[in-house]
Design a protein around this ligand. Structure first.
Ligand SMILES: O=C(O)CCC(=O)C(=O)O
Length: 305
Protein backbone atom coordinates (compact mmCIF):
# COMPACT_ATOMS: atom_id res chain seq x y z
CA UNK A 1 0.00 0.00 0.00
CA UNK A 2 1.18 3.53 -0.81
CA UNK A 3 1.83 5.35 2.49
CA UNK A 4 2.31 8.77 0.94
CA UNK A 5 -0.30 11.30 2.05
CA UNK A 6 -3.46 11.44 -0.05
CA UNK A 7 -4.00 14.65 -1.96
CA UNK A 8 -7.34 13.89 -3.67
CA UNK A 9 -10.58 14.00 -1.74
CA UNK A 10 -12.08 11.30 -3.96
CA UNK A 11 -10.50 7.91 -3.16
CA UNK A 12 -11.16 6.68 -6.70
CA UNK A 13 -9.17 9.56 -8.20
CA UNK A 14 -6.39 8.98 -5.66
CA UNK A 15 -6.30 5.29 -6.59
CA UNK A 16 -6.11 6.01 -10.32
CA UNK A 17 -3.37 8.60 -9.75
CA UNK A 18 -1.39 6.20 -7.52
CA UNK A 19 -1.75 3.30 -9.98
CA UNK A 20 -1.18 5.12 -13.27
CA UNK A 21 0.79 8.26 -12.35
CA UNK A 22 -1.91 10.48 -13.88
CA UNK A 23 -5.66 10.94 -13.89
CA UNK A 24 -8.06 13.00 -16.00
CA UNK A 25 -11.34 14.43 -14.72
CA UNK A 26 -13.65 17.43 -15.17
CA UNK A 27 -12.45 20.27 -12.93
CA UNK A 28 -13.38 23.60 -14.56
CA UNK A 29 -16.39 25.23 -16.17
CA UNK A 30 -16.14 26.46 -19.77
CA UNK A 31 -16.31 30.02 -18.40
CA UNK A 32 -13.25 29.44 -16.19
CA UNK A 33 -11.37 27.91 -19.10
CA UNK A 34 -12.32 30.90 -21.24
CA UNK A 35 -10.83 33.23 -18.62
CA UNK A 36 -7.58 31.25 -18.66
CA UNK A 37 -7.58 31.53 -22.44
CA UNK A 38 -8.38 35.26 -22.45
CA UNK A 39 -5.51 36.06 -20.10
CA UNK A 40 -3.17 34.29 -22.48
CA UNK A 41 -4.54 36.29 -25.42
CA UNK A 42 -4.13 39.54 -23.47
CA UNK A 43 -0.46 38.68 -22.83
CA UNK A 44 0.17 36.95 -26.14
CA UNK A 45 2.79 39.37 -27.45
CA UNK A 46 4.83 39.13 -24.26
CA UNK A 47 4.49 35.34 -24.22
CA UNK A 48 5.40 34.81 -27.83
CA UNK A 49 8.71 36.66 -27.87
CA UNK A 50 10.34 33.22 -27.88
CA UNK A 51 7.88 31.51 -30.25
CA UNK A 52 10.27 31.69 -33.21
CA UNK A 53 13.06 29.84 -31.43
CA UNK A 54 10.87 27.54 -29.36
CA UNK A 55 7.78 25.88 -30.72
CA UNK A 56 6.95 24.56 -27.24
CA UNK A 57 7.45 27.15 -24.55
CA UNK A 58 6.45 28.06 -21.00
CA UNK A 59 5.77 31.45 -19.44
CA UNK A 60 8.86 31.18 -17.28
CA UNK A 61 11.08 30.88 -20.34
CA UNK A 62 10.24 34.42 -21.45
CA UNK A 63 12.68 36.07 -18.98
CA UNK A 64 9.90 38.59 -18.31
CA UNK A 65 9.63 38.78 -14.52
CA UNK A 66 6.40 40.83 -14.56
CA UNK A 67 4.69 38.43 -16.98
CA UNK A 68 5.86 35.39 -15.02
CA UNK A 69 4.47 36.86 -11.78
CA UNK A 70 1.18 38.00 -13.39
CA UNK A 71 0.52 34.68 -15.11
CA UNK A 72 1.35 32.82 -11.89
CA UNK A 73 -1.11 34.96 -9.91
CA UNK A 74 -3.84 34.80 -12.53
CA UNK A 75 -3.76 31.02 -13.09
CA UNK A 76 -3.68 30.42 -9.33
CA UNK A 77 -6.67 32.73 -8.82
CA UNK A 78 -8.80 30.86 -11.38
CA UNK A 79 -7.72 27.42 -10.22
CA UNK A 80 -8.32 28.38 -6.57
CA UNK A 81 -12.05 28.59 -7.38
CA UNK A 82 -12.15 24.80 -7.83
CA UNK A 83 -9.19 22.98 -6.44
CA UNK A 84 -10.21 22.87 -2.78
CA UNK A 85 -13.27 20.88 -3.81
CA UNK A 86 -11.06 18.10 -5.12
CA UNK A 87 -7.69 18.36 -3.36
CA UNK A 88 -6.74 18.38 0.28
CA UNK A 89 -3.55 18.88 2.30
CA UNK A 90 -1.61 20.55 -0.51
CA UNK A 91 0.42 23.67 -1.14
CA UNK A 92 0.95 25.30 -4.49
CA UNK A 93 4.26 25.92 -6.24
CA UNK A 94 4.32 27.77 -9.56
CA UNK A 95 1.77 28.28 -12.35
CA UNK A 96 2.58 28.76 -16.04
CA UNK A 97 1.14 28.67 -19.52
CA UNK A 98 2.50 25.96 -21.82
CA UNK A 99 2.15 26.84 -25.48
CA UNK A 100 2.57 24.63 -28.51
CA UNK A 101 2.92 26.50 -31.75
CA UNK A 102 1.67 24.68 -34.85
CA UNK A 103 4.88 22.97 -35.94
CA UNK A 104 6.48 19.53 -36.09
CA UNK A 105 9.08 21.05 -33.77
CA UNK A 106 6.55 21.46 -30.95
CA UNK A 107 6.82 17.76 -30.07
CA UNK A 108 7.87 16.97 -26.50
CA UNK A 109 9.70 13.67 -26.15
CA UNK A 110 9.48 11.15 -23.28
CA UNK A 111 10.58 12.64 -19.98
CA UNK A 112 9.94 12.94 -16.28
CA UNK A 113 9.57 16.39 -14.76
CA UNK A 114 11.99 17.74 -12.19
CA UNK A 115 11.92 16.21 -8.76
CA UNK A 116 10.51 18.78 -6.30
CA UNK A 117 10.16 16.67 -3.13
CA UNK A 118 11.66 13.67 -1.40
CA UNK A 119 9.80 11.09 -3.47
CA UNK A 120 10.39 8.31 -0.96
CA UNK A 121 7.92 10.13 1.31
CA UNK A 122 5.89 12.37 -0.99
CA UNK A 123 5.04 13.10 -4.61
CA UNK A 124 4.54 16.30 -6.54
CA UNK A 125 2.15 16.94 -9.39
CA UNK A 126 0.90 19.28 -12.08
CA UNK A 127 -2.71 20.18 -12.72
CA UNK A 128 -2.77 20.66 -16.51
CA UNK A 129 -5.74 22.23 -18.29
CA UNK A 130 -5.91 23.04 -21.98
CA UNK A 131 -8.16 25.82 -23.24
CA UNK A 132 -9.56 23.71 -26.10
CA UNK A 133 -10.13 19.97 -26.64
CA UNK A 134 -6.80 18.16 -27.11
CA UNK A 135 -5.92 15.02 -29.03
CA UNK A 136 -3.14 13.52 -31.08
CA UNK A 137 -3.36 16.09 -33.87
CA UNK A 138 -3.01 19.23 -31.75
CA UNK A 139 -0.42 18.35 -29.13
CA UNK A 140 -2.28 15.92 -26.83
CA UNK A 141 -0.57 14.37 -23.81
CA UNK A 142 0.73 10.81 -23.59
CA UNK A 143 1.71 8.71 -20.56
CA UNK A 144 3.31 5.42 -19.70
CA UNK A 145 1.02 4.02 -17.04
CA UNK A 146 2.74 3.10 -13.78
CA UNK A 147 6.14 4.44 -14.90
CA UNK A 148 6.34 6.74 -11.84
CA UNK A 149 6.98 3.59 -9.79
CA UNK A 150 9.64 1.96 -11.96
CA UNK A 151 12.68 3.44 -10.17
CA UNK A 152 13.53 6.08 -7.57
CA UNK A 153 14.85 8.66 -10.06
CA UNK A 154 16.74 11.79 -9.00
CA UNK A 155 16.10 14.36 -11.76
CA UNK A 156 19.02 16.65 -11.06
CA UNK A 157 19.99 19.85 -12.86
CA UNK A 158 21.87 20.86 -14.83
CA UNK A 159 23.06 17.43 -15.96
CA UNK A 160 19.83 15.38 -15.77
CA UNK A 161 21.46 11.95 -16.24
CA UNK A 162 18.30 10.05 -17.14
CA UNK A 163 18.40 6.29 -16.37
CA UNK A 164 15.95 5.65 -19.23
CA UNK A 165 18.22 7.21 -21.86
CA UNK A 166 19.22 3.70 -22.95
CA UNK A 167 15.63 2.68 -23.74
CA UNK A 168 14.09 5.95 -24.85
CA UNK A 169 13.79 4.77 -28.45
CA UNK A 170 11.80 1.74 -27.28
CA UNK A 171 9.32 3.59 -25.08
CA UNK A 172 6.92 4.70 -27.76
CA UNK A 173 4.65 1.63 -27.94
CA UNK A 174 4.06 1.78 -24.20
CA UNK A 175 2.41 5.20 -24.25
CA UNK A 176 -1.31 5.77 -23.76
CA UNK A 177 -2.76 8.83 -25.52
CA UNK A 178 -5.02 11.09 -23.48
CA UNK A 179 -7.74 13.21 -25.07
CA UNK A 180 -9.32 16.06 -23.18
CA UNK A 181 -12.50 18.13 -23.51
CA UNK A 182 -12.94 21.73 -22.40
CA UNK A 183 -12.96 21.79 -18.58
CA UNK A 184 -11.03 18.54 -18.15
CA UNK A 185 -7.79 18.57 -16.23
CA UNK A 186 -5.01 16.02 -16.28
CA UNK A 187 -3.25 15.62 -12.94
CA UNK A 188 0.18 14.17 -13.49
CA UNK A 189 2.78 12.87 -11.08
CA UNK A 190 6.09 14.60 -11.94
CA UNK A 191 7.76 11.18 -11.83
CA UNK A 192 5.48 9.69 -14.53
CA UNK A 193 7.08 9.30 -17.95
CA UNK A 194 5.06 11.50 -20.26
CA UNK A 195 5.32 13.25 -23.61
CA UNK A 196 3.14 15.26 -25.95
CA UNK A 197 2.50 15.16 -29.68
CA UNK A 198 3.50 17.95 -32.01
CA UNK A 199 0.73 20.40 -32.70
CA UNK A 200 -0.18 19.81 -36.35
CA UNK A 201 -3.33 21.94 -36.27
CA UNK A 202 -3.49 25.45 -37.74
CA UNK A 203 -3.33 27.35 -34.44
CA UNK A 204 -1.46 27.21 -31.17
CA UNK A 205 -2.50 24.96 -28.30
CA UNK A 206 -2.56 26.66 -24.90
CA UNK A 207 -2.53 24.92 -21.53
CA UNK A 208 -2.27 26.30 -18.00
CA UNK A 209 -0.46 24.32 -15.32
CA UNK A 210 -0.22 24.60 -11.57
CA UNK A 211 2.26 22.54 -9.58
CA UNK A 212 1.23 21.20 -6.15
CA UNK A 213 3.03 19.36 -3.37
CA UNK A 214 1.66 17.86 -0.15
CA UNK A 215 1.55 20.46 2.65
CA UNK A 216 3.98 18.45 4.80
CA UNK A 217 6.67 18.38 2.12
CA UNK A 218 9.56 20.83 1.67
CA UNK A 219 10.36 22.00 -1.83
CA UNK A 220 13.63 20.37 -2.86
CA UNK A 221 16.11 20.94 -5.65
CA UNK A 222 18.74 18.45 -6.77
CA UNK A 223 22.00 19.82 -8.17
CA UNK A 224 24.52 17.75 -10.11
CA UNK A 225 26.98 19.51 -12.42
CA UNK A 226 27.41 18.43 -16.04
CA UNK A 227 30.09 15.92 -16.83
CA UNK A 228 30.47 13.75 -13.75
CA UNK A 229 27.50 11.56 -12.76
CA UNK A 230 29.72 9.87 -10.17
CA UNK A 231 29.80 13.07 -8.10
CA UNK A 232 27.59 13.55 -5.08
CA UNK A 233 24.16 15.07 -5.62
CA UNK A 234 23.45 18.20 -3.58
CA UNK A 235 19.94 18.39 -2.18
CA UNK A 236 18.62 21.86 -1.28
CA UNK A 237 15.49 23.03 0.52
CA UNK A 238 14.04 25.81 -1.59
CA UNK A 239 11.59 28.64 -1.28
CA UNK A 240 9.62 29.77 -4.31
CA UNK A 241 11.89 32.83 -4.39
CA UNK A 242 14.93 30.56 -4.62
CA UNK A 243 13.39 28.92 -7.72
CA UNK A 244 12.63 32.24 -9.34
CA UNK A 245 16.24 33.34 -8.92
CA UNK A 246 17.82 30.01 -9.88
CA UNK A 247 20.27 30.57 -12.74
CA UNK A 248 20.86 28.02 -15.49
CA UNK A 249 23.60 25.60 -14.57
CA UNK A 250 24.23 27.10 -11.14
CA UNK A 251 23.62 26.18 -7.52
CA UNK A 252 20.78 28.02 -5.78
CA UNK A 253 22.35 31.05 -4.10
CA UNK A 254 20.48 31.30 -0.81
CA UNK A 255 18.84 27.90 -0.37
CA UNK A 256 19.83 25.55 2.43
CA UNK A 257 21.89 22.48 1.59
CA UNK A 258 20.13 19.54 3.29
CA UNK A 259 22.59 16.79 2.39
CA UNK A 260 24.83 15.39 -0.30
CA UNK A 261 24.47 11.81 -1.42
CA UNK A 262 25.57 9.27 -4.00
CA UNK A 263 22.99 8.12 -6.49
CA UNK A 264 23.34 5.46 -9.17
CA UNK A 265 22.58 7.17 -12.48
CA UNK A 266 23.47 4.12 -14.61
CA UNK A 267 21.29 3.61 -17.63
CA UNK A 268 18.87 0.70 -17.26
CA UNK A 269 19.50 -2.47 -19.25
CA UNK A 270 17.56 -3.47 -22.34
CA UNK A 271 15.57 -6.08 -20.38
CA UNK A 272 14.29 -3.44 -17.92
CA UNK A 273 11.29 -2.34 -19.97
CA UNK A 274 9.94 -5.84 -20.45
CA UNK A 275 10.41 -6.58 -16.75
CA UNK A 276 8.54 -3.45 -15.73
CA UNK A 277 5.93 -3.09 -18.45
CA UNK A 278 5.79 -6.40 -20.32
CA UNK A 279 6.38 -7.01 -24.03
CA UNK A 280 5.73 -4.05 -26.32
CA UNK A 281 2.03 -3.70 -27.21
CA UNK A 282 1.44 -4.76 -30.83
CA UNK A 283 0.01 -1.56 -32.31
CA UNK A 284 3.23 0.39 -31.95
CA UNK A 285 3.42 3.82 -33.53
CA UNK A 286 6.99 5.15 -33.64
CA UNK A 287 7.23 8.88 -33.21
CA UNK A 288 9.95 9.13 -30.59
CA UNK A 289 11.91 12.33 -30.29
CA UNK A 290 15.24 13.17 -28.73
CA UNK A 291 15.79 13.44 -25.04
CA UNK A 292 18.28 16.24 -25.65
CA UNK A 293 15.40 18.50 -26.65
CA UNK A 294 13.81 17.89 -23.28
CA UNK A 295 17.08 18.64 -21.49
CA UNK A 296 17.15 22.00 -23.24
CA UNK A 297 13.60 22.68 -22.08
CA UNK A 298 14.44 21.86 -18.47
CA UNK A 299 17.46 24.13 -18.46
CA UNK A 300 15.50 26.92 -20.04
CA UNK A 301 12.93 26.78 -17.27
CA UNK A 302 15.60 28.08 -14.91
CA UNK A 303 17.01 31.11 -16.58
CA UNK A 304 17.75 34.47 -15.04
CA UNK A 305 14.53 36.47 -14.88
O1 LIG B 1 1.78 20.71 -22.32
C1 LIG B 1 2.44 19.78 -22.78
O2 LIG B 1 2.38 19.46 -23.97
C2 LIG B 1 3.38 18.98 -21.90
C3 LIG B 1 3.08 19.13 -20.44
C4 LIG B 1 4.14 18.57 -19.56
O3 LIG B 1 5.07 17.92 -19.96
C5 LIG B 1 4.03 18.82 -18.12
O4 LIG B 1 3.05 19.47 -17.65
O5 LIG B 1 4.92 18.37 -17.37
Amino acid sequence: MDRRPAIFRDPALQQAFDDDGFVRFRLFTPEQVQRLHDFYLATEAAHEVIADQKKFHATNETSNAALIADADRFIKSVMAEEIDKHFTGYKTIAANYLVKQPSERSVLGPHQDLRFVDELQFYSLNIWVATEPTHKANGGLRFIRGSHRWLDTVRALPSYPWPYRSIQEQLDPYFTDIQTEVGDCVVLNHAAIHASYPNLSDHRRIAAILALIPEGADIRHYFLPEGDPAREVEEYTMTLEDFIHLKVGQRPEHATLVRTFHHDFSAVGQDFLVRKAGPAPAAAIHTSSPYDRFKQKLSALFRRS
